[in-house]
Write a protein of this length. Structure first.
Length: 235
């Protein structure tokens, strides 16, 4: 929780995390599929019961937080959640329903099918980003090859943003045309994962609506210097 706490203390009102379900269906806020890289334990999160995952320490020090604790700690903060595995879909939908967090979360995934399942499981009342096919359609629309009407319909149906990298395998995604097209059909553009201030500046000049970063102090400095920093005001 320390990283989330630090972001909130800096004034951020939006957090980003990933959701994994343990073997017994407990949701944890953790990026990797396995514990091996960043904790003092090993094994796939989805194959371990929570009592074992709970013993792991990130960097040998910090516990892996429960997603429920992240949502519960700051009721006014919004959370972007990447659904990392199919087994996390149902527990996540139940958590959203139990906490009434429909207007505080935005779901995303690298899997169109998983994202569609998550939308259905949450009752269609939850915000979600475009899946990979939607992003491809938006990029196609940006070069003038159709899909604009379909994407506009998605924006009206609760898919109000595209969350994308600058590019993939040499293919540029975030271009002036991409941002203009998204805005024209009512979608925001959020870009990940940007740590260099000079690239943050260029993206903000393009008009992107959000930046995901591990350099939260750097992003705050960039936004503050531009007069675009609006810190969280605790309720």
């Amino acid at each position: 929780m320390a990283a989330f706490e630090h972001a909130v203390e800096l004034g951020y009102s939006y957090l980003e995390t990933d959701a994994h379900a343990t073997a017994d269906g407990v949701l944890v806020a953790f990026h990797d599929h396995t514990l091996d890289r960043v904790t003092d334990r090993t094994g796939r999160v989805s194959e371990l019961p929570y009592r074992e995952v709970a013993k792991a320490r990130i960097g040998g020090t910090h516990e892996i937080p429960l997603l429920a604790d992240v949502l519960g700690a700051w009721p006014d903060v919004r959370v972007n959640i990447d659904v990392k595995q199919a087994s996390a879909v149902e527990p996540l939908a139940e958590l959203i329903k139990r906490t009434g967090a429909y207007d505080r979360v935005c779901l995303t995934s690298f899997s169109d099918q998983r994202l569609a399942r998550a939308r259905r499981a949450a009752g269609g009342r939850v915000c979600s980003a475009l899946g990979p096919r939607g992003v491809a359609a938006l990029r196609t629309a940006a070069i003038g090859s159709g899909y604009g009407r379909l994407l506009a319909g998605l924006a009206q149906a609760g898919v109000p943003c595209a969350q994308v990298p600058i590019g993939v395998r040499g293919l540029r995604i975030v271009t002036p045309a991409f941002v203009r097209t998204a805005h024209a059909i009512g979608m925001q553009v959020h870009v990940w994962t940007i740590d260099a201030p000079q690239i943050m500046e260029r993206l903000l000049d393009l008009g992107v609506d959000g930046i995901m970063t591990d350099n939260i102090s750097g992003l705050r400095g960039v936004l503050d210097a531009r007069g675009q920093w609006y810190p969280r005001r605790p309720r």
